[in-house]
Design a protein around this ligand. Sequence first.
Ligand code: NAP
Length: 359
Amino acid sequence: MRIYNVAIVGATGMVGQRFVTLLERHPWFRPAFLLASARSAGKTYAEAVNEKWAMDVPVPDYAKNITVLDAEKDAETLVGKADFVFCAVSLDKEQTRALEETYARLELPVVSNNSAHRFTADVPMIIPEVNPQHLGIIPSQKKRLGTKRGFIAVKSNCSLQSYVPLLHPLKKFGIRCAAVCTYQAISGAGKTFDRMPEILDNVIPYIGGEEDKSEREPLKIWGTVQNGEIIPAASPIITAQCLRVPVSDGHTAAVFVKFEKKPSKEEILALWRDFSGEPQTLALPSAPKQFIRYFEENDRPQAKLDRNAERGMGITAGRLREDSLFDYRFIGLSHNTLRGAAGGAVLLAELLAAKGYFD
Ligand code: NAP
């Protein structure tokens, strides 16, 4: 496998810091360029992150003395030097959309954590184990952008990883509807306990925009590619409530599901146990070996104990039981800044690299 030179746009943020640590010893990707806002540009990475550093390991040595570039002004300096770009910025939707298209039009493929392009019809929104076939839309997108190798591929919202991978293999029974309550960690808001004291001893019953994303994004992921567009699936109807809870990392989902044809509990457990996708077949470096792990214990999965399953890339589940209103209910958990953000994007980039999209 060749080595790819990578740029991280938004490298000083919560997700960007995860990219910087995750890519320290990556076998294929070499993080060569770090970009952020004009506030950080010109500083060394160590100076730019300074007190903002929120990882539980120190700033990697390789990154400390890299001079941070201005993501808006210095994009052209990457041309011919970077093979692709990871993007995770806190800008408004219009600015993010424009920034990502600027990179794509410079023939720098963008693997994005941002939500701005998730509903652009020719931009694939990928959970690598669930809908890798949507990468087939990329030639249509390149045609629209007028590019040879530049395109944008996005990952879905972090909260989805705690229930969509669990619902996906059950679709063969016809999912009529699902209700989901998510209990989301503060790192999902780019926060640590120091920076979010109001969450201590508290639950905040609102996360802006999150319920809409949690209900709509699965339908695009389960959609079909037709005439250069991804047409979202019409069903199942999903209703969601999203709460912020005093947990550092790890989003929990309490899920209720009703089927056309109700499966047995054993059938569900077998489908979860055996669910593996292209990342496992291709043995991608960040792929979890066991994608879904089910706990028999009544008090699992727990965010603190189980978020790091499979280096934070696995999905854990528990408490599958019959429900009096729906057919079944269960609990799902995933690591929101690993599987749900930087790790999920790295896995998507590995899939793109393995399939030749960065050549
Ligand atoms: P964050 O901690 O606030 O970091 C934001 C980053 O954007 C910083 O590097 C910041 O640079 C940069 N930035 C701000 N204004 C900019 C500008 N004008 N031009 C270029 N860069 C600019 O945010 P985050 O939590 O990492 O989230 C980043 C993105 O990932 C968001 O779209 C978020 O929705 C998404 N996401 C986050 C999570 C999560 O778990 N946190 C999960 C999935 C997706 P400075 O340091 O120089 O200001």
